[in-house]
Design a protein around this ligand. Structure first.
Ligand SMILES: Nc1ncnc2c1ncn2[C@@H]1O[C@H](COP(=O)(O)OP(=O)(O)OP(=O)(O)O)[C@@H](O)[C@H]1O
Length: 548
């Protein structure tokens, strides 16, 4: 296969004294006064740059433990390699407004292999077979792997099969009563008292809906770069997701170890994340929380996306006539969302502004992830989402791209990090070369080209020249090839690739000293069972066999 530089790439020029390329993106020049970045010698090579970056980060900051993601808060931490925080603002923007086409794609999720429906959902109200629903008693806790907004993720062992799983726990009380949401709602509605109750009710519905979304989305998908859900169940105080255990830890953890990554490594992870995102989008799902903390590495060094707590599945818009021949209708725009949600440093500008957005926001986040892997921090950082938004708006020409990156990397960052979503690379649309005969929309492409949109295919970009997309998308690559960073795993139960801050944590209120789970606590009275009815789920036998 022959690869060539994209035409936009060949037009790029770099000026000595500043930072420019003629497609509009500034290239970061070394600047001693830059508060964010260290100064470099011009003759430094790429690895020396990484060392520079690492050397400039005070050891204390490097080791500073990050706060876990907390929904409905907006804090962002500035130090590099600081765990980023997800946000979910239940403000006036909270109502998701569903419009657009793709009716079929969103109403009927298909799976990659075998059956068209992966599994059946087991509603605990109707299915009382003893084997159909697992309980907390079936799993022995080994150690804590991570901590999120609503609870911990614990490595557990199935007492019957001795298989290892990651058990994600969500405290019902945290979901039902969320002080931050209450505070936000109160602030929002200070002048409209009558609506306070309504707003609280709506916020609560939203939190419950999101809790179910993670279970529902994961139970319907099967993809090599997406974490697998095997069981879900709940008791009086908590909800539990029994997930495939990904033992290589977070990409965040490895990024922290390495500082920055080499371009080939970055291209590899970018390709694997893209496969997962494209698959989600094709199935009507917007991910909305892409960041290094949510990218795990499996034992062979391949990337697996986890944490679907902020993902949103589109629904059919009843007002849209799918037979309409309206040429202006963007058929790729599954639906439009408005909720301010995600992690500010990785969120697209339109999300931070509270404007309508669609699946294209995930490609902006991919740009931030790439930037983070290459530079050591996301393009914009700040103490809250408003500071980040201000910085984005102030940077008329887009984020500053370090001069030492290759032209290919500069180019892809430029197209993914466009703040105007209409100019951003529409990766879903321009995903790969269609076989001859299947090509369409040539006129449309010409029109888009005239408006300076990127119309070349994503998979054909120069940075992906070493990627075997066919094997990657089918999952065969994971069987035959190791990823660029192969995690060191001497014993799966040791969780060696997870931060000791978590692995040394106690199971706290969940278990007695001998690992026997404690069920029921003072929050029980807050959990209204009906609200979580139908949460329980068991994967089909063939699915379980396939993945163990
Ligand atoms: N399947 C898994 N295998 C191994 N570790 C996992 C798995 N799922 C989650 N973890 C670990 O637990 C951490 C928290 O998980 P997750 O992000 O799903 O929780 P969360 O409550 O949604 O967090 P947040 O509030 O940050 O969104 C992850 O960052 C990861 O380190």
């Amino acid at each position: 296969m022959v690869f060539s530089l994209d035409e936009e790439l060949s037009n790029m020029t770099i000026h000595n004294d500043d930072v420019c390329c003629n497609n509009g993106i500034p290239i970061m020049k070394p600047d001693n006064n830059d508060e964010n970045l260290p100064a470099f010698e011009l003759n430094d090579n790429l690895m020396t740059m990484s060392e520079h970056l690492n050397a400039q980060i005070p050891p204390d900051e490097k080791r500073t433990r990050r706060r876990s993601s907390v929904l409905a808060k907006f804090p962002v931490l500035s130090p590099v390699h600081t765990r980023r925080v997800s946000i979910s603002n239940n403000s006036s923007n909270v109502v998701s407004h569903l419009t657009g086409s793709f009716r079929n794609a969103t109403s009927d999720i298909t799976v990659q292999n075998e059956n068209s429906k992966r599994d059946s959902i087991v509603d605990d109200a109707t299915d009382m077979r003893p084997t159909s629903i697992r309980t907390i008693q079936d799993f022995k806790p080994i150690r804590v792997l991570g901590k999120g907004a609503y609870g911990k993720v614990i490595l557990v062992k199935d007492k019957y099969s001795t298989k290892l799983y990651a058990m994600k726990q969500l405290k019902k009380a945290e979901i039902l009563i969320n002080d931050n949401d209450k505070r936000d709602s109160d602030k929002e509605n200070i002048d409209i008292d009558d609506n306070v109750e309504e707003t609280r009710k709506r916020d609560l519905d939203k939190r419950i809906e999101r809790t179910f979304a993670e279970r529902t989305i994961l139970s319907q998908l099967e993809h090599p770069n997406i974490v697998k859900l095997f069981y879900s169940f709940h008791d009086q105080s908590k909800l539990y997701l029994i997930l495939q255990y990904i033992p290589g830890g977070e990409l965040f953890y490895h990024l922290k170890e390495h500082g920055t990554l080499e371009e080939d490594t970055v291209a590899f992870y970018a390709a694997e994340v893209s496969c997962a995102l494209k698959f989600l989008h094709d199935n009507g799902i917007v991910y909305r929380d892409l960041k290094p903390e949510n990218c795990l590495l499996n034992q062979r060094g391949h990337l697996v996306l986890t944490d679907f707590g902020l993902s949103k599945k589109g629904t059919t818009d009843p007002t849209h006539d799918s037979t309409s021949s309206d040429s202006d209708l963007d058929k790729d725009d599954i639906y439009t969302l408005h909720s301010i949600i995600g992690t500010p440093e990785y969120a697209a500008p339109e999300i931070l502004q509270g404007l309508a957005y669609n699946k294209n926001c995930d490609w902006y986040s991919l740009g931030c992830l790439l930037y983070d892997m290459l530079v050591g921090k996301p393009p914009y950082t700040g103490n809250n989402h408003k500071i980040i938004l201000n910085k984005i708006q102030k940077d008329k020409q887009g984020p500053r791209i370090p001069y030492y990156l290759s032209d290919g990397m500069k180019d892809i960052l430029n197209w993914l990090l466009k703040k105007d979503k209409t100019k951003r690379w529409d990766v879903d649309k321009y995903w790969k070369e269609e076989p001859v005969g299947n090509q369409k929309n040539n006129n449309n492409n010409k029109k888009k080209k005239a408006s300076k949109q990127r119309v070349t295919k994503f998979q054909s970009h120069f940075i992906f020249r070493k990627i075997n997309w066919k094997q990657m998308e089918s999952g065969d690559l994971q069987k035959t090839t190791l990823g660029p960073i192969v995690p060191i795993i001497t014993d799966w139960e040791l969780a060696e690739n997870f931060d000791t801050e978590f692995t040394s944590m106690s199971f706290e209120e969940n278990y007695m000293d001998d690992g026997i789970p404690i069920t029921g606590n003072k929050t029980d009275s807050l959990a209204t069972p009906d609200m979580f009815k139908g949460f329980s789920f068991k994967a089909s036998g063939s699915y379980l066999e396939r993945h163990f």
